[in-house]
Ligand binder design. Structure first.
Ligand SMILES: C[S@@+](CC[C@H](N)C(=O)[O-])C[C@H]1O[C@@H](n2cnc3c(N)ncnc32)[C@H](O)[C@@H]1O
Length: 200
């Protein structure tokens, strides 16, 4: 399930017809059957609204068979270990946004030889609302020249681990544990990425 039709089409191609895919907003999730497992990876908070994020958890709970599990792999707000970024959380120390775009972004070469470059910048940040708005600029390079450019903004909610654990309880989940990133060991304060495991 993904809100992006492009992502869903890519997943369908990768699955080669062996699975079903759906283009849906998670806060509007509605599937025909129940599942044993639901897995969210790098998605929680991207809805940009806390009420939508909680509703997403409620809907996922409804789609699980009794005893089924939801796993959420989540990048913590302090996971990037960017010390200067933390200054923005301090009263009276907020940066003025947006900064200039970086001169260069991440470039990846596609199978046809073209390159896709992604530049990002923070356009707004509110520590009280725990929200960040990123500007995303995607460029298509063909034979050394930019032939297409698309600009988007992405609003995300920032969540610390204990908030998510509590939201899972509010959404009806039980036996919530927090594991380290992609390992099945208990999370510690040194883990930048954690995985919540919660049961219906
Ligand atoms: C960082 S990507 C992770 C994609 C995939 N889970 C993975 O691990 O490769 C985040 C994905 O969340 C999707 N997304 C963002 N907001 C969403 C929402 N409200 N409902 C469903 N999908 C959403 C985006 O379209 C994007 O594909």
């Amino acid at each position: 399930v993904d809100v992006s039709a492009d992502m869903v089409a890519a997943a369908a191609a990768a699955l080669g017809g062996s699975g079903r895919v759906f283009a849906q907003h998670l806060h509007e999730l509605h599937l025909e059957r129940l599942y044993r497992t639901a897995y969210m990876c790098g998605v929680f908070g991207l809805g940009g609204r806390r009420d939508h994020d909680l509703e997403a958890l409620r809907r996922i709970h409804r789609q699980l068979a009794p005893g089924g599990a939801l796993l959420i792999t989540h990048w913590l707000p302090y996971g990037e270990a960017d010390e200067t970024g933390w200054l923005d959380w301090l009263p009276g120390r907020h940066s003025s946004y947006p900064p200039e775009w970086p001169v260069e972004g991440n470039r990846k070469r596609a199978a046809d030889g073209d390159e896709i470059e992604l530049l990002t910048r923070t356009e707004a940040f509110d520590p009280l609302a725990q929200q960040v708005v990123l500007g995303m600029r995607a460029r298509l390079w063909h034979e050394g020249a930019i032939v297409k450019e698309e600009l988007y903004t992405l609003r995300s909610c920032l969540y610390f681990a204990q908030e998510i654990a509590q939201m899972l309880g509010v959404a009806g989940f039980r036996d919530v544990t927090i594991e380290a990133g992609f390992r099945s060991t208990a999370a510690t304060a040194d883990d930048p990425i954690v995985t919540f495991v919660a049961r219906r």
